[in-house]
Design a protein around this ligand. Structure first.
Ligand code: AQP
Length: 334
C-alpha cells in the first residue's frame, strides 16, 4: 500500500472546513492507503499561541479524528512533538535549504504581512518542518489543497537536493512525494464572507460552524450568516459567493449530487433554504458529536492511542533520520 501523510494544527475551533476539506477525505480513502495522521503541534507555535490551550486542543483534535471515523487498523495517529525526529530532521534540512527558497513562499509572505514585527524565524521555517514531516515517513502521497501546493513542491525540491548532494544516484535516501488530488477540492468559505475561507483563526465565531457546536448554535449561525437579496439559488455565480458556498455546504453534508441540489434549490428563497441547511448540518454532525462524547469520557483510551501511535511513527521516522545522518557523515552515537 502507498503511504499517505497529513495533519491538522491543534489551534482550536475545528470547523466544517477542516472536516470537509481534510479529515473526511482521509476517512473516505483510508483503507486504500497506509495512513500516518498527526497533530501538527510544532507548526502551531509558528504564530503566537496560548500555552494553556495547547495540550487540551491536541487531545480534542485526536478525539475528533477518531470521532470522524479514522480507523486505527488503517491509520496511525500521533502527535508531532512526541516524535523528536521531526525537529531534528528540520535542523539537518535547514542547513541544505537555500534561504531564498523560503523567502519566496507565498504563505510566508501573506502571514508575515499580517504579523508585522512579530514574525518568528519559525514562521519562515514552517515549510522545512513540513518537508521533514513528510520525508521522515517516506510518504508516497500527501493530500494538498491549493494553499499547500507550493510547500509540497518545496518538499520535493529539498528531497531532490539532499539526494543529489549526499546520496548515490541509484540509492536515494529521501522519497519524493506526490500530491494526492481529491475529486472535489472542497473549499469551505466563511459564513460572514463568501470570498474568504472558513478559518480557525477568524476572530468571529459566527464566521464558522465548529464541529462541536450544539444544534441551537448551528441554527443561530446559519440564521445570521451572510446571504444576498436574490431569489432562486444557484451555484458558481461569481457575483454570489455566499450562495455558492452555502449550496456547496448543503451538497457536501447531504450526500446529494451537485445536479440534485441545483434542481432542488433553483426556485428557493433563503427563508426556505436556511432551515434545510440547518437540519442537514445538525444531522451530519450528530454522530460525530456523540462519538466524540463517548471517546472523551475515557482519557486513558486516548492516551493509549497516542502511545501506540508514537511507537509506530518513531519506528519509521528514526530509521529515516539515521539514514539521513549517515549520509551527512555523522558518527554513530556510542
Ligand atoms: N475553509 C476550508 N475549506 C477546506 N479545507 C480547509 N482546511 C482548513 N480550512 C479549510 C483544511 O484543514 C486542514 C487544517 O490545516 P491546518 O490546521 O494546517 O490549518 P489551515 O489550513 O490554516 O486551516 P484553518 O482552519 O484555516 O486554520 P488557521 O485559521 O489557523 O489558518 C488542512 O488540510 C486544510 O486544507
Amino acid at each position: 500500500k502507498q503511504r499517505v501523510l497529513s495533519g491538522v494544527q491543534p489551534t482550536g475551533n475545528y470547523h466544517l472546513g477542516n472536516y470537509l476539506g481534510a479529515i473526511r477525505n482521509w476517512v473516505e480513502g483510508q483503507s486504500e492507503y497506509e495512513n500516518y495522521l498527526f497533530v501538527a503541534d510544532l507548526h502551531a507555535i509558528t504564530v503566537p499561541h496560548e500555552p494553556k490551550q495547547l495540550a487540551s486542543d491536541t487531545y480534542t483534535l485526536v478525539a475528533l479524528y477518531l470521532a470522524c471515523g479514522l480507523d486505527l487498523t488503517h491509520s496511525t495517529i500521533f502527535v508531532q512533538s512526541h516524535v523528536s525526529a521531526h525537529s531534528e530532521l528540520t535542523w539537518l534540512l535547514n542547513c541544505i535549504t537555500p534561504l531564498n527558497w523560503l523567502q519566496d513562499m507565498i504563505q510566508f509572505k501573506e502571514k508575515a504581512v499580517k504579523q508585522g514585527e512579530n514574525v518568528s524565524a519559525g514562521l519562515l521555517d514552517y515549510p522545512v518542518l513540513m518537508a521533514s514531516d513528510i520525508l521522515l515517513y517516506q510518504a508516497d502521497k500527501v493530500p494538498v489543497g491549493e494553499d499547500q501546493k507550493q510547500h509540497l513542491e518545496l518538499t520535493r525540491d529539498i528531497a531532490a537536493r539532499f539526494n543529489h548532494l549526499f546520496a548515490k544516484p541509484d540509492r536515494p535516501v529521501l522519497k519524493l512525494p506526490d500530491p494526492l488530488i481529491r475529486k472535489e477540492g472542497a473549499r469551505v468559505m466563511s459564513l460572514a464572507d463568501g470570498t474568504r475561507k472558513m478559518s480557525k483563526s477568524d476572530p468571529s465565531d459566527l464566521s464558522r460552524i465548529n464541529l462541536l457546536d450544539p444544534p441551537d448554535q448551528i441554527q443561530y449561525k446559519i440564521k445570521r450568516c451572510k446571504t444576498d437579496p436574490v431569489r432562486g439559488l444557484i451555484f458558481d455565480d461569481p457575483e454570489r459567493p455566499e450562495c455558492n458556498n452555502l449550496l456547496t455546504l448543503y451538497t457536501l453534508l447531504s450526500g446529494k449530487t451537485k445536479e440534485e441540489v441545483a434542481a432542488e434549490c433553483q426556485d428557493m428563497g433563503w427563508g426556505q433554504f436556511k432551515p434545510l441547511l440547518t437540519e442537514t448540518t445538525i444531522a451530519a454532525l450528530k454522530p460525530i458529536q456523540e462519538k466524540y462524547q463517548a471517546i472523551t469520557e475515557d482519557k486513558s483510551y486516548l492516551e493509549s492511542v497516542l502511545r501506540d501511535g508514537r511507537v509506530k511513527a518513531e519506528a519509521i521516522a528514526n530509521q529515516t533520520l539515521a539514514q539521513v545522518k549517515a549520509a551527512l557523515g555523522y558518527s554513530v552515537p556510542l
